[in-house]
Design a protein around this ligand. Structure first.
Ligand code: HSE
Length: 298
């Protein structure tokens, strides 16, 4: 009658895949408890770790739960408890872990009537409630795990991608908040043909690299000409972190989702730790508080 789940944080975009790529980080995530109730409907009885609304028609997680019970029409209700470890506005898919976690958890209590693709559709409603756009990159990564491609939005199509065995991620989260909506508004609304070609060739290069374990190709493909040039000014010391991270041996460094978290991909744990050390040194000499995590991508 009750289930406790872990909903991973996620890195979206992965430089060259704006709104199309994402992967889950198993080292960081929210915990959620779902309990069947006699009264029908959805309630939130606890939220720890973030200032979020208890209004179940507005909270991203419970909006997802409402949509699911409206469709499945169970003879019970659902109470949710949220233990937020992924900070809102971090660029680590905070609303997505709540939304994807809700989709997964409620599906378990309902007896698993919905597929992963359907769960991703439900979870998108939470993203819409949180930031105004039903973006799928973070929620799909949290639901499917590993690396995913949002091949299409209408109709929704998700492709699960392979992950090379030695792929590690370092994430540094400066404790400032950037709202996804603001970060989306910062991007220039039109893209030149030259940049569209660059971005799609990089995306193809990255995906080929994932399939062939070609770390050099992955490295050469981790470039973003659509969002990063406009968004990086919102993130303190982004250029220094990127330059030093690459010097330390990272395959690529970019903005995680809409920021301010910065991610780096590396071949092997040792380099990922060295990259973390370099990033730490840069923020340590500033007044900015930060968190760093190193995790295998899988
Ligand atoms: N792809 C989204 C963005 C991620 O960069 O705005 C945030 O959900």
């Amino acid at each position: 009658n009750s289930i406790k789940i872990f909903a991973p944080a996620t890195v979206a975009n992965v430089s060259c895949g704006f709104d199309a790529l994402g992967f889950a980080i198993n080292a960081v995530g929210d915990e959620m408890i779902f309990t069947k109730t006699v009264d029908k409907g959805v309630t939130i009885s606890k939220i720890e770790g973030a200032e979020l609304t208890f209004d179940s028609r507005k909270n991203a997680a419970s909006v997802v739960a409402w949509a699911m019970i409206d469709e499945a029409k169970p003879d019970f209700g659902i109470d949710m408890q949220l233990f937020k470890k992924v900070k809102p506005g971090s660029g680590l898919g905070s609303s997505a872990s709540s939304s994807a976690g809700a989709a997964f958890g409620v599906n378990q209590l309902l007896g698993k009537p919905f597929s992963n693709l359907e769960l991703t559709e439900f979870a998108r409603l939470g993203e819409k409630a949180a930031c105004g756009s039903p973006i799928a990159d973070n929620v799909a990564a949290a639901i499917y795990g590993g690396f995913i491609l949002v091949k299409s939005y209408e109709p929704l199509e998700i492709v699960k991608l392979p992950v090379p065995k030695e792929l590690w991620v370092t994430v540094i989260h400066p404790q400032i908040e950037i709202k996804t909506e603001d970060a989306r508004n910062a991007i220039h609304p039109t893209v030149t043909v030259a940049n569209a070609v660059k971005q799609s060739a990089n995306l193809a290069g990255l995906i080929s690299g994932l399939y062939t374990d070609d770390y050099e190709l992955i490295s050469r493909s981790l470039e973003d000409v659509i969002a990063e040039p406009f968004r990086k000014k919102l993130i303190p010391h982004f250029d220094a972190i990127k330059t030093e991270g690459l010097k330390a041996g990272a395959l690529g460094v970019g903005i995680s989702g809409s920021g301010p978290t910065i991610f780096a991909l590396s071949k092997g744990e040792k380099i990922a730790e060295k990259v973390a050390e370099t990033m730490r040194n840069i923020y340590q000499n500033t007044a900015i508080d930060f968190n760093i995590h190193v995790s295998k991508v899988n």
